[in-house]
Design a protein around this ligand. Structure first.
Ligand SMILES: Cc1cc2nc3c(=O)[nH]c(=O)nc-3n(C[C@H](O)[C@H](O)[C@H](O)COP(=O)(O)OP(=O)(O)OC[C@H]3O[C@@H](n4cnc5c(N)ncnc54)[C@H](O)[C@@H]3O)c2cc1C
Length: 171
């Protein structure tokens, strides 16, 4: 890898040089089809999935890690809103308080799941379609790709990266 790095800043080269070979673990690239996201659970009770556990996708649009960051912000916002909104309606008894908090967390996670579902379907499907177009062989496909798809794909990449996660409120 070091021999193929070319001209990169010293800091980047240092990351490679200081990485131990036994720190790498290889595993298969995973993909979750859109219908699994459509029908599957993103949250259940007080548990939810985020990042690659939620939306493993092919790397062709470079959005897997970005989407994981989006998950984090949306999750924090949904949990924060659920906990703040219901603060005034707190039930007095001690045992009831725990149940109420659990319900609030569940509500927040349900909202997170609703908000993320279509965004994740959109990203995983787009990544798959882009990978299909980019990796297909044959003269006709190469012609279509070079003539028509290239500018569309470039615009699409920027469009998909532009996502508003909403504002995080402080208590
Ligand atoms: C070739 C390639 C290129 C990519 N390019 C881009 C790009 O340009 N832009 C982009 O946004 N994304 C890109 N991605 C995707 C991005 O790397 C991932 O989507 C992102 O790292 C997912 O983050 P995550 O936190 O969900 O999972 P991970 O980063 O995989 O983190 C999971 C962590 O959990 C740890 N773990 C696993 N099992 C256990 C366990 N049992 N106990 C404790 N810890 C455990 C792992 O060691 C790991 O540290 C690319 C991916 C690949 C493969």
């Amino acid at each position: 890898m070091l021999s193929k790095l070319g001209k990169v800043p010293d800091e980047v080269r240092a990351v490679m040089e200081n990485s131990e070979l036994d720190a790498f673990r290889c595993s298969h690239v995973r993909y979750r089809p859109a219908w699994e996201l459509l029908w599957g659970n993103i949250s259940k009770g007080s548990v939810c999935v985020a990042g690659d556990a939620l939306h493993p996708m092919v790397p062709d649009i470079g959005q897997g890690g970005c989407a994981a960051l989006e998950d984090g912000v949306v999750l924090a916002r949904c949990l924060g809103e659920a906990l703040l909104k219901n603060k005034k309606q707190e039930i007095k008894g001690k045992g009831e308080e725990g149940k109420e908090e659990y319900k609030r967390i569940e509500m927040g996670l349900n909202k997170y799941a609703r908000e993320r579902k279509w965004r994740c379907i959109d990203l995983t499907f787009t990544a798959y379609a882009v990978s299909f177009i980019q990796e297909s062989e044959g003269k006709i496909m190469a012609f279509l790709r070079n003539k028509f798809f290239s500018p569309i794909l470039a615009r699409l990449l920027f469009k998909k990266a532009d996502f508003d996660c909403g504002k995080l409120r402080s208590p």
